[in-house]
Design a protein around this ligand. Structure first.
Ligand code: HEC
Ligand code: HEC
Ligand code: HEC
Ligand code: HEC
Ligand code: HEC
Ligand code: HEC
Length: 435
């Protein structure tokens, strides 16, 4: 009799587990297929393009990156006119030498009276194309990319969207990584459910078994059959004290954070006079940060672009938008746009962008967060002294191929086992950051 009940219960348990495993297997497979599609999506375009032209795929993909960063806002690689003409077949329209000169500095070519340049300029309602400080090889790689015809396949017919078509693939790949995290979460939840159900089944099995087994005395029977009593937990002194303690600690922690945080502006996100979006410009349209913040690799401060830089594009793009008209009004009145400053160190501290971006090779996002995803910029890092120093202690200096450091690294290795960090080079001395 008992054996019979036991068997049927165990059957239920196994059927349940089996169903779970099967459905979970299906789930995982579906997710990994999706991830596959997302990652593979990145490559086929690149290889196809290379076959079409027979060009060096590395050069073409370098050209593609340059094109998307610098040209795609105004040009399609196909035949559509965005701000400038579609560049398909441009290698046939002009000589390579001319194209190199034009792309580096179209205005100087026009001013020099080059007839071909003037004709192009006149045709496109005298819109000036910006200059680019590229090497000849870089320009050639862009031309190779255009000639490969690769941009044409992916570019949809509508204007500026061409710039976005390629990028979506990248976000999908990132989505795939997020997908894996989701899978891990689902696995954990399923495992927890299985555990709870198994435990419940086991208790019920045992209770049934012991009840059928009539050798129990009264006291044992009571213990075996007792139900879980929540009010007991609630009434227990120990539990109450614990709850009060946790509450006090949380409140203390929050107030301490607030007190220590006076003067710290992390998360500061003021409303700006024009609804300018980094997500749209730096994210979707992939405009380089230093197209607008043009001094960030060269000097102490990263400049905020003047209205003229906006006009490079907005004399043509979205001219009807009320937000864009604000740019025109600023220019008419000859007044700068009054952007609200977000990041601001106190005067006593010295911070230099080029030291970090150019020399240190640190990405903007390390300090400023995912700017390319922000519609409105906010201060991502605390910008405290502790924040600066922590990074200087942890970050190894890039000393390779720099003779200046050879002797210093040697000395450092004699006295210490750790890496040669910014702080080993004196990056935590007060005078480095304080005047
Ligand atoms: C701000 C918009 C803008 C950007 C960015 C831009 N161009 Fe242009 N481009 C133009 C305009 C407008 C013309 C038409 C000529 C003129 O008015 O100066 C043009 C013309 C050209 C021409 C001549 C086309 C023809 O059919 O004769 C070439 C080649 C060219 N651009 C290449 C590039 C390359 C390569 C890049 C990126 C490195 C680039 N452009 C970035 C606006 C731009
Ligand atoms: C099309 C021009 C443009 C591009 C491209 C651009 N920015 Fe900006 N950026 C601005 C303007 C305009 C402001 C001031 C308005 C605002 O804060 O949104 C600004 C503000 C900022 C600020 C805040 C400055 C402050 O007041 O403290 C940071 C940080 C920043 N940009 C970083 C970046 C990074 C990183 C990139 C590249 C991923 C980038 N920007 C690309 C135009 C641009
Ligand atoms: C290299 C080209 C380029 C530059 C430089 C540029 N933008 Fe844009 N901007 C664009 C493109 C492309 C769009 C998207 C247009 C669309 O959605 O059709 C856009 C859209 C916008 C919009 C949204 C308009 C609307 O109503 O949808 C605003 C606002 C804007 N830009 C402001 C600025 C400001 C301010 C600057 C200067 C700091 C600037 N842009 C510089 C290319 C540029
Ligand atoms: C090592 C950290 C770090 C990196 C990397 C970094 N920034 Fe900054 N950024 C700062 C700090 C700190 C400030 C505030 C400077 C001040 O108030 O003097 C700032 C301020 C700014 C500002 C406001 C204007 C100014 O100069 O005060 C802009 C715009 C900006 N950063 C853009 C960029 C861009 C674009 C990049 C990448 C090319 C970048 N930053 C990389 C730390 C960094
Ligand atoms: C993300 C890491 C990081 C952060 C955050 C950071 N730094 Fe740095 N800093 C570096 C690196 C890396 C270098 C070394 C660059 C090189 O010389 O290769 C450096 C160099 C410096 C130097 C030059 C040091 C020397 O020996 O010449 C100064 C000054 C400096 N940082 C100030 C600051 C200040 C002020 C802050 C905070 C507002 C800050 N840094 C935040 C990484 C960082
Ligand atoms: C890597 C850069 C860096 C180094 C090294 C550094 N500081 Fe600072 N310090 C800062 C920054 C940035 C601030 C501003 C932070 C803020 O406003 O919270 C600051 C703020 C301060 C302040 C003002 C604090 C306040 O609350 O206003 C004092 C005092 C100070 N530092 C002393 C020192 C001394 C002493 C040393 C040497 C032992 C030193 N600092 C080394 C970056 C540095």
């Amino acid at each position: 009799m008992i054996g019979c009940i036991l068997k049927s219960k165990i059957k239920v348990l196994y059927t349940f587990l089996f169903a779970l495993v099967v459905s979970f297997g299906a789930l995982a497979q579906e997710a990994s297929e999706q991830a596959d599609i997302a990652t593979k999506g990145v490559t086929p375009g690149a290889t196809e393009g290379a076959e079409v032209s027979g060009g060096d795929p590395a050069v073409i993909s370098a050209g593609e990156a340059l094109f998307k960063n610098n040209c795609a806002v105004c040009h399609s690689a196909g035949s559509d006119v965005i701000v400038g003409p579609g560049l398909q077949g441009v290698n046939g329209r002009h000589s390579e030498a001319w194209l190199i000169k034009w792309i580096k500095n179209s205005q100087s070519l026009i001013q020099a009276g080059d007839a071909e340049a003037i004709a192009v300029y006149e045709e496109y309602s005298k819109q000036a194309m910006p200059s680019f400080a590229f090497s000849d090889d870089e320009v050639k790689s862009i031309l190779a990319y255009i000639e490969s015809g690769q941009g044409v396949v992916s570019a949809p017919t509508e204007g500026p969207e061409g710039a976005t078509a390629g990028e979506n693939v990248g976000t999908d790949a990132i989505g795939a990584v997020g997908g894996y995290l989701d899978i891990v979460l689902v696995v954990l939840i399923v495992v927890l459910i299985v555990l709870v159900v198994t435990l419940l089944l086991i208790t019920s099995l045992l209770r049934n078994y012991l009840n059928k087994n009539r050798t129990l005395n009264e006291y044992d029977a009571e213990v075996v059959n007792q139900r879980f009593d929540f009010s007991k937990i609630y009434k227990s002194k120990a539990v109450r004290t614990l709850v009060v303690l946790i509450f006090v600690v949380v409140v203390l922690d929050l107030t301490l954070d607030k007190v220590m945080g006076i003067g710290i502006q992390q998360g500061y996100e003021p409303k700006q006079p024009i609804a300018f979006s980094h997500k749209l410009h730096a994210g979707e349209h992939q405009i380089n940060c230093n197209y607008c913040h043009s001094t960030v690799y060269k000097s102490k401060s990263a400049s905020i672009p003047s209205a003229n830089i906006c006009m490079n594009c907005h004399s043509q793009i979205k001219t009807e938008s009320p937000e864009i008209q604000k740019i025109y009004r600023a220019i008419e009145r000859n007044r700068p746009i009054e952007w609200v400053r977000i990041h601001n160190l106190p005067d006593l501290a010295y911070f230099n962008h080029s030291q970090h971006t150019q020399v240190g090779g640190i990405e903007c996002q390390t300090c400023h967060g995912p700017i390319q995803e922000m519609d409105v910029v906010y201060q991502y890092s605390p910008l405290t002294m502790g924040w600066c120093i922590d990074c200087h202690r942890e970050t190894p200096l890039n000393t390779e191929g720099n003779a200046y450091y050879d002797k210093l690294v040697e000395l450092h290795e004699e006295s210490s086992k750790g890496a040669f960090t910014v702080s080993s080079n004196g990056g935590t001395e007060c005078s480095k950051c304080h005047y």
